[in-house]
Design a protein around this ligand. Structure first.
Ligand SMILES: *[C@@H]1O[C@H](CO)[C@@H](O)[C@H](O)[C@H]1NC(C)=O
Ligand SMILES: *[C@@H]1O[C@H](CO)[C@@H](O)[C@H](O)[C@H]1NC(C)=O
Ligand SMILES: *[C@@H]1O[C@H](CO)[C@@H](O)[C@H](O)[C@H]1NC(C)=O
Ligand SMILES: *[C@@H]1O[C@H](CO)[C@@H](O)[C@H](O)[C@H]1NC(C)=O
Ligand SMILES: *[C@@H]1O[C@H](CO)[C@@H](O)[C@H](O)[C@H]1NC(C)=O
Ligand SMILES: *[C@@H]1O[C@H](CO)[C@@H](O)[C@H](O)[C@H]1NC(C)=O
Length: 383
């Protein structure tokens, strides 16, 4: 009995084993087990030596096997890459000009992202000129007059009436909003099923917006980005599941010139996002020099494979893009504080005081907190 104990899994008492074998007579079982393990004439020393050799052999076989299997997995991950062959994209939506905002609903109930904001309805946003659409540009801005916005600063969040499962989305942006306390974004999600139908953040940053544009996916369980990717941006996280890392998402960061004052001074930026079964890819171009097929009045079929490396690449290798991303509305907004802008407000961005105090009182600090859109274009593939 004594010797037998050493060969049971840790934490298992011999009694447990016998209980499992309860169909047999216990005494019989005890004898049989001992006889099968050791020839009865082996000394205690021999048994110990044989046992030690056994353990060493098991270790010598198991460890290399695990290493080989891991390597094979890694190689598979690094060699597997989706087929992003050229698709024949045709313009299906062009939202620009004086009726730009007709394509959207205004979200005027409390902020689902829990920011320090007062989202206005369409009538109020238009009468206070927080949204304004002219021939050449559509403006969406935060209030910059209220010096006592104690329930959150007035701002706007619009959600497109149309939803999309796939497509090539081109956001032509003349001015990106920034300033201490701001949390602006142009992104896609299904407001009636989050994160079930996925979230794609195309343009997003916080505070002064001088640390680059952050692109990210947020999903339900089972979407990871640790496989081979072709992109120029910097990886910030690889698990897109909203239940990991406080919902940080799988993010990729662009260069500082990809957002904010630097991008605005360069004449603005064109943010392009391709959503297809093979994966999700994003590119950012200077507005003055986009690829020829993205120029405002070019009616050719744009071909992302001719644009060079994307800044962000979210391949379908370990994420079923088709099942994780459905019914995507285009959303544009300017939020304040909230989890992200607040957490880095003073530490990373050295903004003054407390985020909510600053947002409530320092009205003039929000004069640069506006989006100016030249157009949103959506290309689809006839299938
Ligand atoms: C692309 O689609 C359009 C119709 O949307 C068609 O006229 C054109 O021939 C197609 N081009 C190619 C290369 O298939
Ligand atoms: C509304 O905003 C637009 C764009 O900034 C501006 O051209 C227009 O003069 C503003 N209208 C009013 C009434 O302030
Ligand atoms: C993630 O999504 C689930 C499902 O909607 C939700 O219950 C949970 O609170 C979310 N977690 C975070 C950190 O957002
Ligand atoms: C349209 O795009 C194509 C492909 O990049 C380019 O060859 C062509 O010159 C462009 N046309 C115009 C009018 O910009
Ligand atoms: C997408 O939206 C349509 C229309 O609202 C709805 O019928 C459908 O169930 C939605 N699909 C998913 C997967 O949520
Ligand atoms: C208000 O904002 C301006 C511009 O961002 C800044 O220079 C100023 O210090 C702020 N004032 C206070 C009281 O925080």
């Amino acid at each position: 009995m004594e010797e037998n104990k050493a060969f049971l899994p840790q934490g298992t008492s011999p009694e447990t084993v016998y209980q499992d074998a309860s169909l047999h007579n216990m005494e019989d079982q005890k004898t049989t087990t001992v006889n099968k393990l050791w020839p009865s004439n082996w000394s205690k020393k021999t048994r110990t030596v044989v046992a030690a050799i056994g353990v060493i052999v098991i270790i010598l076989v198991t460890i290399p096997t695990i290493i080989i299997l891991r390597r094979r997995d890694n190689n598979k991950l690094h060699n597997t890459y989706p087929d992003y062959h050229a698709l024949n994209y045709t313009l299906s939506e062009r939202w620009q000009g004086t009726n730009f905002f007709d394509n959207f609903d205004y979200h005027s109930t409390p902020d689902p992202a829990a920011g320090f904001v007062n989202y206005l309805d369409q009538a109020t946003a238009e009468s206070t000129n927080l949204t304004y659409a002219g021939e050449a540009s559509a403006f969406l801005r935060a209030d910059s007059t209220d010096t006592n916005a104690k329930n959150g600063r007035s701002s706007v969040r619009i959600t497109s009436k149309k939803q999309f499962h796939t497509g090539l989305f081109v956001f032509d942006v003349k001015h990106t909003p920034y300033g201490c306390g701001t949390w602006p974004a142009v992104w896609m999600a299904d407001p009636s099923d989050w994160p079930g139908n996925g979230e794609i953040d195309v343009v997003e940053t916080v505070n002064q917006g001088n640390t680059g544009n952050q692109m990210a996916l947020h999903t339900s369980k089972g979407c990871k980005m640790y496989s081979r990717r072709v992109q120029t941006g910097t990886i910030q996280g690889t698990n897109c599941y909203n239940g990991t890392n406080d919902n940080a998402g799988c993010a990729v960061m662009g260069a500082s010139s990809s957002y904010g004052a630097e991008a605005n001074d360069d004449g603005g930026a064109v943010y392009a996002m391709e959503l297809r079964k093979a994966g999700i890819r994003m590119w950012i171009f200077n507005r003055d020099s986009p690829p020829g097929d993205l120029r405002q009045n070019n009616d050719t079929h744009p071909d992302p494979s001719s644009w060079g490396f994307p800044i962000a690449d979210f391949p379908s290798t370990n994420c079923n893009i088709e099942s994780h991303f459905k019914n995507q509305s285009i959303i544009a907004n300017i939020d304040f504080c909230g989890s992200w802008a607040s957490s880095v407000y003073s530490t990373q961005f050295k903004c003054p005081g407390k985020c909510e105090d600053f947002v409530a009182t320092n009205a003039s600090a929000f004069e640069k907190a506006y989006w100016e859109f030249a157009s949103f274009r959506i290309y689809s593939v006839e299938e």
